[in-house]
Write a new protein. Structure first.
Length: 148
């Protein structure tokens, strides 16, 4: 019963316009509606399509063969584990984050890092609406939209 309800909910989500909330018989008709009725607002159509893609993404399988001995993080590649181990080393990293095990060479780097723990995300992507604590992370994120 619950599984059937979830299937129906997913169908509704897949066939409802995220801009005007009209429902359509199938995704093809919805796509035509978005291209016709919302063509003047191409950015909004793109955002709606991106949200739909995100909603329908399946989680990646993750084996994590290489486990950190100092915390519960796991990695698929040995090199990634080795790179991660630097967060546990105090050598050359005197500035410790008070909220996680990361350490930094410079106090300014630690202050920037602290923003990632904040729920405040003032740097908003104008393409998909996602927020970021740090401006440079937004700049990196924007590159993911290039060529789409």
């Amino acid at each position: 019963m619950l599984e059937c309800h979830l299937d129906n909910l997913t169908l509704i989500e897949k066939t409802e316009c995220m801009l005007c909330h009209k429902r359509y018989e199938n995704e093809h008709i919805l796509k035509n509606h978005m291209l016709e009725d919302h063509k003047e607002n191409k950015g909004a159509v793109k955002i709606a399509n991106n949200k739909r893609v995100i909603m329908n993404k399946k989680p990646k399988s993750f084996t994590g063969l290489f486990q950190c001995e100092k915390c519960d993080k796991r990695f698929n590649m040995k090199s990634a584990l080795e790179r991660h181990m630097a967060v546990h080393s105090t050598e050359g990293r005197p500035h410790a984050c008070p909220q996680c095990p990361k350490r930094f060479k410079r106090s300014q780097d630690m202050k920037w890092h602290l923003k990632t723990h904040s729920s405040e995300k003032p740097n908003i992507c104008d393409i998909c609406g996602k927020g970021f604590a740090l401006k440079y992370v937004l700049t990196q994120h924007r590159r993911s939209h290039e060529g789409k």
